[in-house]
Design a protein around this ligand. Structure first.
Ligand SMILES: [Zn+2]
Length: 161
C-alpha cells in the first residue's frame, strides 16, 4: 500500500480521536476513502464548526509527539474491549454493527494508557509513527452540517513537495 494511503488511514484515527476529545463524543456515520483523501461523517454532541481550531491543534499535538504506531491482534471480543481505548471499541464494533471475526487486528498509537494513547480495531495499513504525517500536506475541510447534529469532514493528503 502506498504511503499516501497509509497516511490517510492514520490521519483518520487522529481526526476521530481529536473530535472525541474536543467535542466530548462522536458516533461514526460513514467513511469514504479515495486515493489521498477521505470523507468522514460523524454525529457529535457539540457543533465542531465552533471548535475546528481546537480539533486541528489536537491532531497537530499527536503529530508532533511522534508517537509510534504498532499492530497487535487478539482472540476474543472481551479481550478486544479490554485493549481498546475510550470510544474506539464502540465506534468500530458496536456502531459499525458488523460481525468481526477473530483474531481481531488492532492498531495502537502511543504508549498504552498514556495520555495520548489510541487503540482500536482496524485491519488497515498505517504509518509507523504519527510524526511521518509531517511529510505530507494535509488539508482539513469542513465540518459542514449534513443532518441533525451530524457533520461531514473531508481531508486531502498530498506529498509535501
Ligand atoms: Zn486504521
Amino acid at each position: 500500500m502506498e504511503m499516501v494511503e497509509r497516511a490517510v488511514e492514520t490521519y483518520d484515527h487522529l481526526l476521530w480521536e481529536a473530535i472525541i476529545r474536543v467535542c466530548g463524543g462522536a458516533i461514526s456515520k460513514g467513511f469514504r476513502q479515495q486515493r489521498g483523501s477521505a470523507s468522514v461523517t460523524y454525529e457529535v454532541p457539540a457543533d465542531p464548526r465552533l471548535h475546528l481550531q481546537e480539533i486541528e491543534q489536537e491532531i497537530f499535538s499527536f503529530i508532533i509527539s511522534g508517537l509510534s504506531i504498532a499492530k497487535t491482534s487478539c482472540g476474543s471480543l472481551e479481550e478486544l474491549k479490554e485493549i481498546c481505548s475510550r470510544d474506539e471499541y464502540r465506534k468500530f464494533v458496536e456502531d459499525a454493527g458488523r460481525l468481526w471475526e477473530s483474531p481481531f487486528r488492532v492498531v495502537q498509537i502511543g504508549k498504552r494508557r498514556s495520555e495520548k494513547w489510541v487503540s482500536c480495531p482496524c485491519d488497515g495499513e498505517h504509518l509507523n509513527c504519527t510524526g511521518e504525517l509531517n511529510m505530507f500536506k494535509i488539508e482539513l475541510k469542513g465540518p459542514r452540517n449534513v443532518g441533525k447534529d451530524t457533520y461531514k469532514f473531508h481531508f486531502v493528503i498530498s506529498s509535501q513537495r
